[in-house]
Structure formats: structure tokens, C-alpha cells
Design a protein around this ligand. Structure first.
Ligand code: FES
Length: 154
């Protein structure tokens, strides 16, 4: 009997081919799955947290109030368009802005950047408006929404 055509050798060949094909198919599926997750990454919606920051009526129109927040300060301002909350970080080079109530503006002392009460750039080098946070009024209380990042808030 020829050694090549013996039943044992044929069974061994079949099993070897079967295992190798399975490995190749599993590898191809894994490669495809990883490629797809690289091309279309899963984007998690940001975690938002609602914080109580004030009471309606406590702030006169045109007034702003500093809200200490961690190591930074936010500004709650009562504008003619409603309550707004802005970051105190200048969008130019990150200096801390100040609210000047007598001029109804935010002023950055570093390079004389000026923002109006809506956080829009009026004058100076800041390239964009102040970062603004979403505000919600519920039962005469003022809340703001802030994104919660792993290990802290932003
Ligand atoms: S950092 Fe505010 S204007 Fe430059």
C-alpha cells in the first residue's frame, strides 16, 4: 500500500488543514473587526453633571457673580438674553479675565482682550468667544451643566 494514500495520513492531513483554515479565518475576522473599530471608533457621549449655582432674582440684570469651581472661577451673569455661565479663562493665552460691571464687559489684563456680556470678543487678540456652559432654570433655581471627565470636571 502506498504511504501517501494511507487512511491515517489522509485523516492527519485533513485535521491539519482544518485547524490551519480555522486559524486563518479567525485571524481574518479579528483583523477585520479591529480595522473597523479603528476606522469607526466608538464615541461615548460625554457624561454631564448638573450643578446648582444660584437662585433666580439674586442677581440684578447686568450683574455677574464669581462661582469658585475647583481651582478655577466661573462667571454667572444675568444678561438681557437670560442667565449665562462663562469660564474665566481667556481664549487667547489662558489668563484669568475679570468682570467689569461699570462697563458691562469681561477684561483680560494680559493683552487687553475684551469680551462682552455674551462672551463674544469685542477687542484684542482672543481668537474666539469665552467658553460657555449650558444653563437651566428649574423652579426658580439656576443650574449649569458641566462635562464630567474621568478624574475630574471640565
Ligand atoms: S491672554 Fe487674554 S488677551 Fe491674551
Amino acid at each position: 500500500m502506498d504511504k501517501e494514500s494511507s487512511p491515517e495520513l489522509t485523516r492527519r492531513n485533513f485535521i491539519t488543514k482544518f485547524v490551519m483554515s480555522g486559524g486563518l479565518i479567525a485571524g481574518a475576522v479579528l483583523l477585520l473587526r479591529n480595522s473597523l473599530s479603528f476606522i469607526f471608533p466608538k464615541i461615548e457621549p460625554p457624561l454631564l453633571r448638573k450643578l446648582l449655582i444660584g437662585k433666580v432674582g439674586d442677581l440684578q440684570p447686568g450683574q455677574a457673580q464669581e462661582i469658585p469651581f475647583g481651582e478655577s472661577i466661573l462667571y454667572l451673569i444675568n444678561t438681557k438674553d437670560g442667565y449665562k455661565v462663562f469660564s474665566s479663562v481667556c481664549t487667547h493665552l489662558g489668563c484669568i479675565i475679570n468682570w467689569e460691571s461699570y462697563r458691562s464687559r469681561f477684561y483680560c489684563p494680559c493683552h487687553k482682550g475684551i469680551f462682552n456680556e455674551n462672551g463674544e470678543v469685542v477687542e484684542g487678540p482672543p481668537p474666539r468667544p469665552l467658553d460657555e456652559f449650558k444653563v437651566e432654570i428649574d423652579k426658580n433655581l439656576i443650574y449649569m451643566w458641566i462635562e464630567e471627565k474621568s478624574g475630574g470636571l471640565s
